[in-house]
Design a protein around this ligand. Structure first.
Ligand SMILES: NC(=O)c1ccc[n+]([C@@H]2O[C@H](COP(=O)([O-])OP(=O)(O)OC[C@H]3O[C@@H](n4cnc5c(N)ncnc54)[C@H](OP(=O)(O)O)[C@@H]3O)[C@@H](O)[C@H]2O)c1
Length: 303
């Protein structure tokens, strides 16, 4: 079991984890199941999902899991997944919006959204919106959005979120999507805290997963040279940043999901199992969070 969950009994909880077929999502799902939760593993690749589920059952005696097909690049798939989850369980105690893609070549989702914004933010925005009744029913639910220190690469352009009037930049598009993940948590928390639903944004650290699958060697060098990346790395050289295992990397999102230390808080950015104030100001700006929410609602409603 992940050390963060030592001594914690989640046998009365339902936890939904997106991107549970790989990396941080797979490790989080395993750890939550190990603590007794009923875990709903949501991912798009059916084979990888079945393998991740089988691995949990090999390691956790009596694990309670359900797998649900979810492709965040299709709002029809997102809505179908939410409807399936709503039929399965009356309440969701933890929604871990973990799935993500990074530095993808330019592309559009089924609904015409830029791929990184569409997958990392809008797909999760719609999933969360559809699951609000189940989250409210949990009486103290938490929503955990996986963001990244990469949010410092760019703010979201609220006038052109889908890169229709600018040349595409895959680094800035990732930064914008990860900024959107923080802003989403800020506005969700503002709207929902009265119903006992709290939302958090998490940076997991630099973790050895398949996330960098779209990166070439040239990209690694280019990212290391970006002025914004120096802010991410601080004084340390990019290539010398500590790389964590998925088990180590999942610690902060698990902490966000269950820790009593953050009871009564929300709409904040977490890293290294602490609340961090060193987040880019544009990512926690309440007015921008409100505007992104309205824009996301409009884009999803029109799609
Ligand atoms: N690893 C790091 O260093 C790091 C650092 C900062 C933040 N993060 C964040 O952590 C989160 C998890 O990333 P990871 O490192 O665990 O990467 P990963 O190993 O690549 O896992 C990403 C997961 O997201 C799923 N996914 C991608 N596109 C999807 C879609 N359209 N619909 C449904 N699922 C989709 C993937 O499924 P498929 O196999 O089907 O693609 C996979 O299960 C991401 O949000 C990432 O931005 C990671």
């Amino acid at each position: 079991m992940n050390a963060i969950l030592d001594g914690i009994d989640l046998s009365d909880r339902v936890c939904v984890v997106t991107g549970a077929s790989s990396g941080l999502g797979r490790e989080s799902a395993r750890a939550l199941a190990g603590a007794g939760a009923h875990v709903v593993l949501a991912a798009r690749n059916g084979d990888a999902l079945r393998k991740a589920d089988a691995r949990i059952h090999e390691g956790v005696d009596g694990a309670r899991t359900t797998t649900v097909q979810l492709d965040l690049t299709s709002l029809a798939s997102v809505r179908a997944a939410a409807a399936t989850i709503a039929q399965l369980v009356p309440a969701v105690h933890v929604l871990m919006n973990n799935a993500g893609v990074m530095f993808t070549p330019f592309g559009r989702t089924e609904n015409g959204f830029e791929i990184q914004f569409g997958t990392n933010h809008l797909g999760h925005f719609e999933l969360t919106r559809m699951l609000l009744p189940q989250l409210e029913a949990a009486d103290g639910a938490r929503i955990v959005n996986l963001s990244s220190e990469g949010h410092r690469l760019a703010d979201i352009d609220l006038d052109d979120p889908n890169w229709e009037r600018r040349d595409y930049d895959k680094f800035r598009a990732y930064g914008a999507a990860k900024t959107a993940n923080v802003l989403h948590a800020v506005e969700l928390d503002r709207r929902m805290s009265g119903s006992g639903v709290r939302a958090f944004a998490v940076h997991p650290g630099m973790v050895a997963t398949k996330l960098a699958r779209h990166m070439t060697r040239d990209d690694v060098a280019a990212v290391a040279e970006l002025p914004e990346q120096r802010e991410v790395s601080g004084e340390r050289e990019f290539s010398k940043l500590e790389v964590l295992t998925p088990e180590q990397g999942a610690a902060t999102q698990l902490w966000a999901a269950v820790s009593r230390e953050i009871d009564g808080t929300g709409g904040v950015y977490l890293a290294d199992c602490t609340i961090r104030s060193d987040v880019a100001p544009y990512a926690i700006d309440a007015e921008r969070a409100r505007r992104l929410w309205q824009l996301s609602e409009r884009l999803c409603d029109q799609a």
